[in-house]
Write a protein that binds this ligand. Structure first.
Ligand SMILES: [Zn+2]
Length: 450
């Protein structure tokens, strides 16, 4: 068999890989079908690099948009087979793709109103409905046979139900890592060890460095919360709706239980995060033993004492009139849009307040500008004076750091690297090479023989 990357090659988005065999009449399998995001999102409109109607099956590693976001395009362009995924991924997928459709449609309508010539939408609700007919949940570890292949999903510890994928044909074994979780975090189980394979296609998002120890991150989180809440301040935490928002709630609850922070109202100002949180109890066996134990005692691990939700935009705006101490968790995590911006517009000028960043901030984005110490920023056409403090807590990353990647790959002979910036993948390839493993940085459209 052979594998060809058609996405996430020397970049972190657009995960999509074609596995082919030429025996028994030939068979084609796609591992992930993710969207390109950020500066690269125009690549979503381009051809896949293979013919969707010649693909026999699709297997998905996890529900992040950069691993599922091109599935509706695959359907629109003629794919008519099944899509295999874990049960939690099956449940999260509609929430993610329907939000994506809403954002895409809103942007399209804004474009139309402005009178600009705008391209057709890449997909619509009909494609999504067709896609839903093709989803097929698969338990982790269960062996599945497709044509000449046998497949297995194994726990990757990156999202509830996230998987790495084992593909076997005869005696050959290929592993695709998907995204591997950060072992030192508490909410999800550790990634399972991979079997020894002929080739591992492995992510390298943090291929160049280890993460800061997680207990240090949580200690700093407690300190920042304590300092600002005791002054009556508001703490704003921009978060992605899937996993990070709930993880923040988990630690707020834990810190409150341990009396390390005062109990204050915690507002989740994200209808999408609420939808994901509603799914969590239905997939509780996909969490760490600690989280499962809390569920077994009848405790919601993701519910601080004074948890509140906003539903409408008016309710969200009304949060601006409340006085602290309080915490607001809102989207989006990269500060490129969403309700968090309205809170910052009114909240950044108060020195009692804090912005706590738990995720990656792109260069030139508002989060990065605030972290660099800007005294003024422009928001919604107005100048806002920045008096609030901004903190970044690096250890929250949902990906394995370099040390964990090296440990995960220790029993493997041959590795091809994807899902990372080129320098990070090269650093990881050198680290693997220095201990005698064969490692290469994979390229778009270039087949690698297993
Ligand atoms: Zn991911």
């Amino acid at each position: 068999m052979r594998i060809t990357p058609y996405g996430a090659a020397q970049t972190v988005t657009g995960s999509c890989h074609l596995v082919e065999t030429f025996s028994k009449g030939g068979y084609k399998l796609i591992l992930d079908c993710g969207a390109y995001q950020g500066a690269e999102d125009d690549r979503n409109a381009q051809p896949f690099g293979f013919e969707p109607n010649t693909v026999n099956a699709v297997v998905i590693s996890h529900a992040h948009h950069d691993h599922i976001g091109r599935l509706p395009i695959l359907i629109r362009r003629g794919y008519r087979g099944q899509i295999y995924l874990s049960e939690p991924t099956l449940r999260f997928l509609p929430v993610i793709l329907e939000d994506s459709l809403r954002l895409m449609t809103e942007e399209h309508e804004r474009g139309e109103r402005s009178g600009r010539k705008i391209p057709e939408l890449l997909w619509d609700q009909a494609d999504l409905n067709e896609l839903y007919q093709r989803l097929e949940p698969v338990p982790l570890h269960q062996e599945l046979a497709f044509g000449p292949f046998t497949l297995r999903l194994r726990g990757a510890g990156h999202l509830p139900g996230s998987a790495f994928i084992e593909v076997r044909e005869g005696k050959q074994c290929l592993i695709f890592s998907g995204d591997l979780g950060n072992r030192s975090k508490e909410v999800l189980p550790d990634p399972e060890d991979p079997p020894s394979a002929d080739l591992v296609l492995c992510e390298g998002t943090y291929g160049d460095r280890p993460h800061r120890p997680f207990d240090e991150t949580i200690a700093e989180f407690a300190q920042v919360l304590g300092e600002h809440l005791s002054q009556g301040g508001k703490v704003f935490i921009p978060s992605f709706a899937l996993e990070r928002a709930q993880e923040v709630l988990y630690h707020l609850r834990e810190l409150e239980q341990q009396n390390k922070i005062p109990s204050v109202p915690v507002y989740v100002d994200s209808p999408m995060a609420d939808k994901i949180s509603e799914i969590y109890p239905q997939v509780k066996r996909y969490f760490s033993p600690e989280v499962q134990a809390l569920y077994d005692q009848g405790i919601d691990p993701f519910r601080p004492r004074q948890l509140r939700h906003t539903h409408t935009v008016d309710e969200s705006k009304a949060l601006g009139d409340l006085s602290g101490p309080l915490v607001i968790v809102a989207g989006n995590g990269m500060l490129s849009g969403g309700r968090i911006l309205h809170h910052l517009r009114y909240g950044l000028s108060d020195p009692k307040n804090a912005l706590v960043i738990t995720g990656y901030q792109p260069r030139g984005g508002l989060g990065r500008i605030l972290l660099e110490g800007a005294e003024r920023v422009r928001m919604f056409g107005e100048e806002v004076r920045v008096k609030a403090q901004t903190y970044t807590l690096g250890g929250f990353s949902g990906h394995a750091g370099q040390d964990e990647l090296l440990d995960w790959l220790k029993g493997e002979n041959r590795v091809a690297l994807v899902h990372g910036e080129p320098e990070k993948l090269q650093t990881l390839a050198r680290a693997l090479g220095s201990r005698g493993q064969t490692a290469q940085v994979a390229e778009w459209g270039k087949p690698i023989e297993v």
